[in-house]
Design a binder for this molecule. Sequence first.
Ligand code: C5P
Length: 233
Amino acid sequence: MRLDSRDRLIVALDLPSLRDAQQMVERLGDSVSFYKIGYQLAFASGLAFVDELVRGGKQVFLDMKLHDIENTVVKGVESVAKTGVTFLTVHAYPQTMKAAVAARQGSKLKILAVTVLTSYDDIDLAESGYSQSVDALVARRAQQAYDIGVDGLVCSPEEASPLRLAVGHDMVFVTPGVRPAGSAHGDQKRVATPGQAIKAGADYLVVGRPITGAADPKAAAQAIVEEIAAAAN
Ligand code: C5P
């Protein structure tokens, strides 16, 4: 798979209102072709924005991290598939993944599995009733996702290399936790630069605040695309 460097950058539109999101997309113009909509914007009229983005020729990643009974997941994914969204996240539980994969058949929608949330450590897992370590559970769920036919994984930059070895190149890897050298980490604990994440095996990078919070968001996005291009060669 050979992707255009610009299409490998997904900007997280974690903004409080539809107006803020529309203004950000306008400012970024042609420098960005792919946007992620998560809880914050989705629950502030952002779902209606999906259609506007798709009609404007942009790709959309809907980060809804679905997890429910099979019938509910199927019906939800069928609705998302009709909107022209490119990526949709689900939690990596086998029932949920099977339902999502079946429901996206015949559309261009790709399902991404979230293995273990990166804010979880071994203690958090134990508290939730799991006896496995984060590493073991990530590996197990990634393998299950692969076997079920899930299209890709959301993974941290440091998970990308070992997961690539485990599942090969059939799955797309989408990687948050990316910070250009010298930019603020915010609440991200394990970060990598765009170049490091690409070299570790990421296909797509999700970047939010380093772009949306920059004095010049367009210049920040262009610099990341250039770094992706340099690392991909
Ligand atoms: O602003 P920042 O670049 O940290 O945004 C990263 C985006 O990726 C956020 O929308 C966040 O919810 C998402 N994300 C993450 N870590 C994960 C999964 C998703 O940061 N493990």
